[in-house]
Design a protein around this ligand. Structure first.
Ligand SMILES: [Zn+2]
Length: 1017
């Protein structure tokens, strides 16, 4: 039943309950919370209040309960609540009744997703479900939770209630103490650390565990903490750690480019990964870094190793034989970045990084990872795989990663990003459930570190790769740049002149082609930008019908680009910037923000529709580092030789990056280094924009061939409120150079790290690898071997002499993101010009998903099958899995390493169906662990034997162990390579081939021409 707001109901009376302390004792049946008067007074210092605290009973069965208190606008109200309610049956994910405290819960059951809560929650807003809420007069409801101190915005009668869509089946009550007047109470305390603070150094002999929560917004973390949630993140990172408030990723703010930056400490012009999809002008084909083998492709790009390196060098040799040494060198170079990634730096020193599934990873699939996935994922439901990734990755870390005791462990929790893209209002709606779950998973990993006795020597990092835009006060509208601008037929008027429509080009995207019948195979535009705030556009050189893709770059041609011999050339940047479209509110709007063009090897032209044009220029300073300047330009023209000229115009009132609003144009037009630009622009609409846009559009000299093959002609970004996609989404997006998308999360906890600190010095995700290397004591060495764009952040650590900085209170308005209003959503229809295709990843019938479901069968856990078999009597619990887990966890945590590692040998909880075959991966891995264990046990015994001889080991042990190690490693390399190659063939050749063929067939039945001639009037 949906109860209307504003109606006061009561179990037996018109006006509602306000009870003084004495009365509560008699109401003591409320879940054992019967207090005594002294307890309440003692726990609530009320020295500042003008009135004595009252205690109010708020029954869970009422929508609103009258408090009997009238508040005045401007008056401070402080609430303190306790008690528990049971909100209906099955409201929190299981059928076992769950007691809900006043702060409510984000772990709601899926059945609540579309329900109408008094304060928008679940799928429709940011509030927790079933918590304590309040309302003054007829004003908007507000969240209270366990404690809330606020200044009343209006006057009227105060009412309290439960944030539930149906109170009729609830039980229990909240007990609320209300104080009027006095000072507002803070939600947190923090010390603000700026660039002038003394800096310290990390502790020695430490390792690093990174919780990488994809797409997590730090402001959402702080607000959820302010609402009384994320208890583990609050304790570890907000109370006992430091927050790098102004941390920004590079442009585009997407997962793949950011991962390149995060794990190399360099910008994309040096690591070479510049987008989610890599288009080759040589092959006229693309690879996606987002498909199942993308992670390995990106790792290989950064540093080929293992069997892949062998294959690579044999491929190179083959090219050498067939096409000569020059072709071979070229082939090798275009696949190679100029900087070593973090794992390469560790491997050179005999270590490694321990990672499960990560956007950049070296072992695909990681050994036994699919076991962890199969423990959580429903059978044959690969299309839902993304909903179980966080659990699987945390499970895998606890079972398989931490025991490797590598200096760096990375645990990727991708669901926050996936859910933000797909689910209503992103992190201002459904995704908060995922974040609340991530807090629990993080705690489980930290608990394992504590049990292994390593927590004191571990740096914990909570980071994200980018933020998200949307969901806070609007839903986003999608603009189909491919169909509605590039593909849309040109419209000719009665005189045969081009008068409107689109460009009339055939369009290719990843696994997508939409073709006009008139166009030849090499006549198309390639677009990388699906569900993204930025799109990269590749065109044939010179003009659309040139048939030439690899020729010399001629940026000037794009300012006067001929799409057909019979039509006038167009200025592509200006044409794209001026696009109009109807948004989901039915308004005509402009979806395009910036159009970026590389004007020459040292300059980027930025074009907007209504803020003019500007140029970012860079040059090498005397020390070899880059410096940049920025100035607005006019009179932008192509030259005869394909170049671009412009006139510097410092008097212009508007500029594309909106920097002249806060910085003088003369300062902007002087050259400054990257650090200076970051500090100058971190608070601007395009934070770090000058550096990061240039770093994306320009390429390092060492990657020149790579640029030739992979650089786009134009990069286009969407305005706030828009994103590029063929289909609508109620979720949120990233990729933009805008602040909400560029701002990443970065919290740190560990030895010497400041506690409760907010560090205001701006940082970049390029600083992450240097900071990690600093924490494990390798920075000095590594920075001598290669030059990083980032630097270790040392403001994190307490200085040797720490002058006491007073902490500052953080009040609720400081963390309140004001997203409480309900939003309407009308998805836009798909473009009528879209091709028909059969690849629908969300559908169960998708052939990819069927295939992945089959691959997963051998890894289904035996214990889970048994649990599922008995689930009708066990009420959904998993006693078998739990029992196996507990036994293993108990053994794993024993202080004696021989016992703890021995526990991992049989891998009892991981026993899966495939293990009935002797050669299954599980059994092979188990044998492998047994060999490790014997070796370790052997060396312990060996050391004891060797001790009387004053030697570390007996003479023969070391070479013997090394031989065993090499054999083990070689075996796994070959095994994984074979497994991967098999899946690759299925995935890329068979499945995509079927889809592409079907798509082409469907399209051939409905041809759309390049041009449409309007009839004479
Ligand atoms: Zn991401």
């Amino acid at each position: 039943m949906l109860v209307e707001l504003g109606i006061t109901l009561r179990r037996g009376g018109p006006s509602l309950w306000l009870a003084l302390i004495a009365l509560v004792a008699s109401a003591g049946c409320a879940q054992g919370t019967a207090p005594s008067a002294s307890v309440i007074r003692g726990s609530m210092p009320d020295t500042h209040s003008e009135s004595a605290p009252d205690l109010l009973v708020v029954p869970a069965t009422q929508v609103w309960s009258e408090s009997g208190i009238n508040v005045e606008s401007g008056q401070t109200i402080t609430f303190t609540a306790r008690g528990e309610i049971v909100a209906g049956p099955g409201r929190s994910g299981s059928d076992v009744p769950v007691k809900i405290p006043p702060e409510g819960t984000y772990l709601w059951d899926d059945r609540a997703v579309d329900r109408m809560f008094p304060l928008p929650a679940a799928g429709s807003g940011p509030a927790p479900c079933y918590g304590l809420i309040g309302r003054i007069g007829e004003g908007e409801p507000f969240f209270i939770g366990r404690t809330r101190s606020m200044v009343a915005q209006e006057s009227g009668a105060l009412r309290l209630g439960v944030n539930d869509f149906d109170v009729s089946d609830n039980q229990g009550e909240f007990l609320v103490q209300i104080e009027l007047g006095g000072a507002e109470r803070p939600v947190l305390h923090e010390q603000v650390v700026d660039a002038h603070a003394a800096t310290g150094t990390p502790a020695e002999d430490c390792s690093v565990v990174v919780f990488y929560v994809d797409g997590l917004r730090p402001d959402v973390v702080r607000e959820m903490v302010g609402l009384g949630h994320l208890p583990n993140i609050r304790r570890l990172f907000l109370e006992h750690g430091s927050w790098l408030e102004h941390t920004f990723t590079g442009f585009p703010s997407d997962t793949i480019t950011s991962n390149g930056t995060m794990w190399t400490g360099c910008f994309s012009d040096r690591h070479g990964i510049k987008g989610q999809v890599s288009f080759s002008r040589r092959r006229l084909d693309c690879d996606s870094f987002l498909d199942p083998f993308g992670p390995q492709r990106s790792a290989q790009w950064l540093s080929p190793s293992g069997a892949d390196a062998v294959v690579r060098s044999s491929q190179a040799a083959a090219i050498g034989v067939m096409q000569g040494a020059e072709a071979r060198d070229e082939w090798l170079q275009v696949r190679h970045s100029s900087v070593p990634p973090l794992f390469e730096i560790l491997r050179r020193r005999g270590h490694d990084w321990a990672v499960g599934v990560l956007p950049v990873m070296t072992e695909v699939p990681p050994p036994l990872w699919s076991r962890s996935m199969a423990r959580h994922m429903p059978y044959f439901q690969a299309q839902k795989a993304w909903e179980y990734m966080d659990d699987a990755n945390a499970d895998y870390a606890i079972r398989n990663l931490l025991s490797r005791r590598q200096p760096v462990t990375i645990i990727w929790l991708p669901e926050t990003d996936t859910c933000s893209h797909k689910c209503s209002r992103g992190q201002f709606g459904m995704t908060r459930k995922t974040i609340a779950r991530a807090d629990e998973l993080l705690a489980a990993v930290v608990e394992e570190l504590r049990a292994q006795g390593r927590l004191e020597k571990t740096y914990l990092l909570l980071v994200s790769d980018h933020g998200h835009i949307g969901g806070r006060d609007t839903h986003l509208s999608n603009f189909d740049l491919a169909s509605d601008f590039f593909f849309r037929p040109r419209v000719l008027n009665a005189q045969g002149e081009w008068s409107g429509g689109g460009l009339g080009m055939s369009v290719h995207m990843h696994r997508y082609a939409n073709r006009h019948p008139e166009d030849g195979a090499k006549e198309f535009v390639f677009i990388d930008g699906e569900s993204d705030g930025a799109a990269r556009v590749y065109l044939p050189r010179r003009h659309y019908r040139s048939q030439e893709w690899m020729g010399a770059e001629r940026p000037g041609d794009l300012l006067s680009y001929r799409v057909d011999a019979n039509r006038d050339p167009v200025d592509l940047p200006r044409s794209i910037a001026s696009i109009h479209a109807v948004n989901s509110d039915g308004q005509v709007d402009r979806p395009i923000d910036l159009v970026l063009l590389k004007a020459n090897d040292t300059a980027v032209l930025v074009t907007t529709h209504d803020r003019g044009q500007a140029v970012i220029e860079r040059q090498r300073a005397a020390d070899g580092r880059w410096e940049y300047r920025y100035f607005t330009v006019s009179d932008v023209r192509p030259t005869e030789s394909g170049g671009v000229t412009y006139r510097m115009d410092t008097n212009q009132q508007f500029d594309p990056l909106e920097l002249t609003r806060s910085v003088s144009p003369s300062l902007l037009s002087e050259f400054h280094d990257e650090r200076f630009w970051l500090e100058l622009t971190y608070d601007c609409p395009y934070p770090d924009g000058v550096v990061t846009l240039a770093r994306h559009m320009l390429w390092d000299e060492e990657l020149e061939d790579c640029q030739h093959e992979h650089a786009p002609d134009l990069v286009v970004t969407a305005r706030p409120g828009w994103f590029f996609s063929t289909s609508a989404s109620p979720g949120t997006m990233h990729g933009y150079p805008l602040a909400e998308s560029m701002r990443a999360t970065w919290f740190v906890n560990g030895p010497h790290v400041r506690r409760g600190a907010r560090i205001t010095t701006p940082a970049r995700l390029a600083d992450l690898t240097p900071t990690i290397l600093d924490m494990i004591g390798l920075w000095d060495e590594a920075s001598q071997e290669s030059q990083f764009d980032g630097r270790p952040v040392r403001e994190l650590y307490r200085g040797p002499v720490e002058f006491v900085t007073a902490t500052r209170p953080v009040y609720w308005p400081d963390v309140n993101l004001q997203a409480w209003q309900r939003l309407n959503y009308t998805p836009l229809d798909r473009s009528a010009l879209l091709p028909r295709t059969i690849n629908r990843p969300e559908a169960l019938v998708d052939i990819n998903n069927i295939a992945y479901g089959m691959v997963m069968i051998p890894d289904l856990s035996i214990f889970r099958l048994m649990d599922d078999a008995i689930s009708p009597v066990s009420g959904g619990r998993q006693p078998m899995t739990a029992m196996a887990d507990n036994v293993e966890a108990f053994l794993r945590k024993r202080p004696n390493p021989l016992v703890s590692q021995g526990a991992m040998v049989p891998d009892v909880p991981g026993v899966a169906l495939a293990d009935y075959s002797v050669t299954s991966q599980g059994n092979l891995q188990r044998m492998d662990r047994a060999i490790d264990w014997v070796q370790n046990a052997g060396s312990t015994i060996d050391q004891k034997l060797a001790a009387p001889l004053k030697r570390e080991t007996l003479p023969l042990t070391r070479p013997l162990n090394r031989g065993v190690d090499v054999a083990q490693q070689g075996f796994w390399e070959v095994y994984r390579f074979g497994q991967r190659t098999a899946i690759k063939v299925v995935d890329e050749l068979v499945l995509n081939g079927v889809e592409d063929g079907t798509g082409r067939m469907l399209n051939a039945m409905r041809p759309v021409p390049n041009e449409i001639q309007l009839p004479p009037e």
